[in-house]
Design a protein around this ligand. Sequence first.
Ligand code: MIC
Ligand code: SF4
Length: 652
Amino acid sequence: MKQSLTHKILSAHLVSHPSLPTPGEEIGLRIDQTLTQDATGTMAYLQFESMGLDAIKTKVSVSYVDHNMLQTGFENADDHQYLQSVAAKYGLFFSRPGNGICHQVHRERFGVPGDTLLGSDSHTPTCGGLGMIAMGAGGLDIAMALAGQPFYTPMPKVIGVKLTGKLQDWVTGKDVILEMLRRLTVKGGTGRIVEYYGEGAHNLPIADRFTICNMGAELGATTSLFPSDETTLAFLKSQQREASWLDVKADEGCGYDEHVEINLSELEPLIAQPHMPDNVVKVREVAGTPIAQACVGSCTNSSYHDLGISAYILKDKVVNPNVSFTLTPGSKQVFEMIARDKDMTLAMLIRSGARILESACGPCIGMGQAPPSGSVSVRSFNRNFEGRSGTADAKVYLASPETCAASALMGVITDPRDLGIPFASIQDPKEFFVVDDMVIPPVSDKANVKLIRGPNIKPLPHFGALPENLSGKVLLKMGDNITTDHIMPAGAKVLPLRSNIPAISEFTLVRVDPDFPKRCKEWGGGMVIGGENYGQGSSREHAALAPRYLGVTAVIVKSFARIHLANLINFGILPATFVNVADYDTIEQGDELVIENARTQIANHPETITLTNTTKGTNYQITSPLTERQRQLILAGGTLAYAKQEADKIVA
Ligand code: MIC
Ligand code: SF4
């Protein structure tokens, strides 16, 4: 039978079934590679450590440091040292701070067509641009993969996106993914893998493919991928990695569960307006809006092309006096390339007054460069959730580097076609400067490695099994599309506390209600209510771990985002959805909720569970989307508690 590329790679890694089951059923996949970044990595490795293994079991695993780079206190630096020592002890590659953003470096130096990659960061799908199945997950799932365990996820549907035509001048991969977001919305990819194919796909430069796969995360997709072709080979050659190339592609005429077609020739520059990546319009519709900041960078758009085109637009000119323009090279390799190339890209950028930042996530995650109050910032990034920039009332727009640089020059949102300058095609060089001396390979003498654990690294909290009856008040009722940035904010103040759960839990849901942590303590925990697509956005497991620490026992919503749902289960919080969505309207904060015989009910996997609102005197029916495996995890109190329970059985 003719197969999609997705099905080929999934089949080759399937360990749970003899063949691929129908969409929705849980599958277990063998994981070839893992990546972590520092903000999720510390917790992932603390969890791996608690499993008591001597070494990792994956083919290649890389620990990156790119998020917590503002060292305003000892915390981040402590975490970096811990991560370096863990890598040495267990056999991982360690990408030192300064080497670049995980997704940019991974595609340059490690990604392999046809392989699976699991990363504790939601933008791990970036490497789908090379033709791999690259998925984001919580840190605990990475720890399990490092221990050689399969990764479990619902069998996705496959959306086949046929790309025809060719992008016009000044139109980029960013505009392709913004068009996808405009059509499908931030929920449209949930439970799906997006596979691009067709002449148009082959015409796309590799940097555009990475941008499109990266921002597939904003569609809520499990991952996105392109076939591996001559462009992929040329890229791997330019990285001196042609030996890693594999010709992987879909069979001609294979079927897809769903279809989308985009004619690249018809696209024009697009922009996502505040505060959601799917709030997309043509740049010309908002052109003329005054801006205070423009930023080119992040794992979405910080390639050689992206900096090169910015330099071209700003060549021999200076950034508008009302604008602060930041530029981030995605990796040390990109940085070195722009410093050495014949166009004098770096010199042009310095000349223009651009504020050049170190190769890290930086402003994308609110690590510095917060825009002025109430102002507009145009960014080449992937997320524009309210408050994420570090300024609560800033209005963040998302657009291509071309649009960002044009806007920086003019001081107002500008379609790059309206600059009136000739188009320049910035090509990837045939050879990149390949020097891996900022990546420390696994050491052979592991016996003498000591783990370095500074005072910021607190022990993992332990959680008990699910009680027979679950009861508690509604701590908070929320609307649709609540992001993990609402549940557990990031930014310079909160991120340094990622390895300190008691401290970070004080920030849980404060963006929605500043009194939430206090109320959790006063009311002795309870349950939370949410709308559609609850927990969209990042992979941060702290958005489950911290609520669990505060005593949240159940999260009852209209629908969940994939990674957050998995994280709730990993930490023993009961996830449930309303059978009748209208019931959502009748529940209020402070209502007393009870699930009688929750343990027995869940163990017997009923179709629905009865939830009683004793304040209102009503019964609701809810369902918990649990597989048999997940049921065991919830009953035990989470994945680590389950692993311990099973290990104790063997000892006994
Ligand atoms: C993000 O873009 O929100 C992050 C920060 O990269 C997160 C990971 C984290 O919270 O550490 C993600 O996307 O998974
Ligand atoms: Fe870093 Fe931003 Fe990419 Fe997240 S989205 S990995 S914070 S650059």
